[in-house]
Design a protein around this ligand. Structure first.
Ligand code: ADP
Length: 554
């Protein structure tokens, strides 16, 4: 801007200088011409008298380098010319200055000769005999006199131009300085040109408006970030160009990225074909929903286009974690398959035995064995069905009726009902139970202790022992059932709580197991807000520990 102002001032100054010079030249030129004409007039006066007296002789003797002198007779014929032979010149009576001189005694004129590109000033005076003496001067000769002025004019021009440069620079600096020093952060605090006031008031108003809008936007951004940040579902917003414009914390964790992902293409996070297709569909205005797996987790991915009228603004991606649901579905499917399989075996045995008995092919002495087999398998079916009912009840997650019960009473009931089975194998059952009253679901709590002690008997060695302990500790109410039995291999310890998992299938079946006992126990413990774990040394001992929260105590 400084340069533009400087150039404008300089240009204006130079133009004014050139214009002034030209005007001066014109004025000087016209004055010069005027004075030349005056000179010619004076010359005519002198010549008139001299020619009256001396005639042609005077003229031929005259040496005047500046002028051309012509003497024209009363009839217009040229009597003398100091530049051209008079005989060669034609009639001059038609020349304006000659005509004027003949009429008024004195005449003058200016003529432009296009052939010579010069202007000539003529002055003529009438002599007493009617002839006319004329002097003329060409402008080129006038200009020649101007030429003498040129060097001094150039010097004046250069000096003026230099002064114009310095003054222009100073002026432009002075104009620009207040503009450069403007404090745009506080527009109204500036003491500058009055003409700038409307502009500064406008800037001030706009700055206030911008600050207000920024605060408002920031507040909205924070609000949005807080809402989406606390969502447990991963959430991503993309614009119409498929660039990420927002990602919440859950989405950052899901894709293992941070703030740096903002502004990048969504395809930098995932390039799987069905994902790309879903993004394309959404960007085409079509909502879609699909399964998506990442980091061993299952998600239901919903991609919805965001439209404003017909215009697509972008899309929104929401990842709903359905891992547990998917896992539960898998378990249910697996469970149904296992149950059918487990039911089939005893039913086949019952059917086969019954067929043999009814066909009368079984010897009398073997009949009891067949009937016992039918009884055992039928009992197994009943246990299996009962266990299935328990599991389904627990699976439903419906609230069950809880009561205050004495743990000592429950443990005694379990001991009593398993007494026969234990003594059959010579197993000794010891119990150390605190006097505690718990608010729990009695039949579930019974089932927990029953199944653990039942396992401790069935997987014990003959003449082994069992210790039941139920104590209030700082970490919670701790139930431990340990035995001196066959133990569990380390790799199976985690899995024994799974449905139908059995370390040794034939042992389990032979001992009347269904493979569901421990999973019922785990479910029941979890229902009461507890945790369960098992420890064992193969061939030596097993200990199952369930810890319940202290809040269970009534
Ligand atoms: P089951 O009806 O087969 O006993 P459970 O769910 O009660 O089914 O137990 C699962 C498996 O865990 C059993 O098949 C057995 O292999 C193992 N197990 C459970 N309790 C004990 C224990 N006290 N000692 C050794 N193995 C055990």
């Amino acid at each position: 801007m400084n340069r533009t102002i400087f150039r404008s001032i300089l240009l204006t100054s130079v133009l004014i200088m050139i214009f002034s010079l030209a005007a001066t030249l014109l004025v000087v030129n016209s004055n010069f011409e005027k004075s030349e004409e005056d000179r010619l007039r004076a010359e005519i006066k002198v010549l008139k008298d001299a020619v009256e007296d001396g005639g042609l002789d005077y003229l031929t003797s005259l040496q005047v380098p500046d002028f051309r002198i012509t003497w024209i007779g009363a009839g217009g014929e040229v009597l003398f010319d100091d530049s051209v032979d008079a005989g060669e010149l034609g009639d001059h009576s038609d020349r304006q200055e000659v005509r004027m001189a003949q009429l008024y005694g004195y005449g003058s004129s200016r003529r432009y000769s296009s052939t010579l590109s010069t202007k000539t000033i003529y002055a003529a005076g009438r002599l007493d005999d009617g002839s006319v003496i004329r002097v003329s001067m060409t402008q080129s000769s006038i200009l020649l006199q101007f030429l003498t002025l040129i060097p001094s004019m150039i010097i004046v021009f250069i000096i003026s131009a230099l002064v114009a440069v310095v003054v222009s620079k100073k002026l432009s600096d002075r104009i620009i300085r207040p503009l450069n020093n403007l404090d745009l952060d506080r527009p109204l605090g500036n003491d500058t040109y009055e003409e700038l006031s409307p502009l500064l008031v406008k800037i001030d108003g706009q700055q206030k408006e911008i600050a207000f809008r920024i605060r408002e936007l920031e507040a909205r951004r924070k609000e949005f970030a807080e809402i989406t940040g606390n969502m447990s579902e991963a959430f991503i917003l993309i614009n119409a160009e498929e660039s990420i414009i927002s990602m919440n914390n859950a989405a950052n964790r899901l894709f293992g990225v941070g703030e740096e992902a903002i502004g990048k293409s969504i395809l930098t996070l995932e390039r799987e074909l069905s994902f790309i297709n879903a993004i394309n569909r959404a960007q085409g205005g079509i909502r879609s929903e699909q399964r998506y797996s990442r980091n061993g987790q299952e998600y239901s991915l919903v991609i919805s286009p965001i439209m404003e009228g017909d215009k697509l603004l972008g899309s929104c991606l929401i990842f709903l974690n359905i891992t547990e649901k998917a896992h539960a579905e898998d378990l249910r499917r697996e469970f149904s398959a296992n149950v059918s399989h487990e039911l089939k075996t005893p039913l086949q045995t019952i059917l086969a035995s019954a067929e043999l008995l009814s066909a009368g092919v079984v010897k009398k002495e073997d009949e009891k064995e067949f009937l016992d087999r039918i009884h055992n398998e039928a009992s197994r079916l009943v246990s299996l069905i009962n266990d299935c009912i328990s599991i389904s009840e627990l699976d439903e997650d419906a609230p069950m009726h809880s009561e205050e019960v004495s743990v000592k009473t429950i443990v005694s009931e379990v001991e009593e009902s398993l007494q026969e089975a234990a003594s059959k194998r010579g197993i000794k059952v010891n119990s150390d139970v605190d006097e505690l009253t718990l608010r729990c679901v009695p039949h579930l709590f019974y089932e927990i202790i029953y199944n653990l002690v039942d396992n401790a008997i069935r997987y014990n060695k003959p003449d082994g022992s069992i210790d039941i302990s139920l104590k209030k500790r700082s970490e919670g109410i701790v139930l431990k059932v340990s035995d001196t039995g066959i133990g569990i291999p380390q790799e199976s310890l985690e899995r024994i709580f799974e449905r139908f998992y059995r370390v040794d299938k034939s042992h389990s079946r032979a001992s009347g197991g269904t493979g569901l006992g421990l999973s019922i126990v785990k479910h029941a413990v979890l229902y009461h807000g507890g945790t369960i774990s098992a420890a064992s040394e193969l061939g030596k001992w097993t200990e199952v520990t369930a810890t319940f929260p202290l809040s269970l105590q009534a």
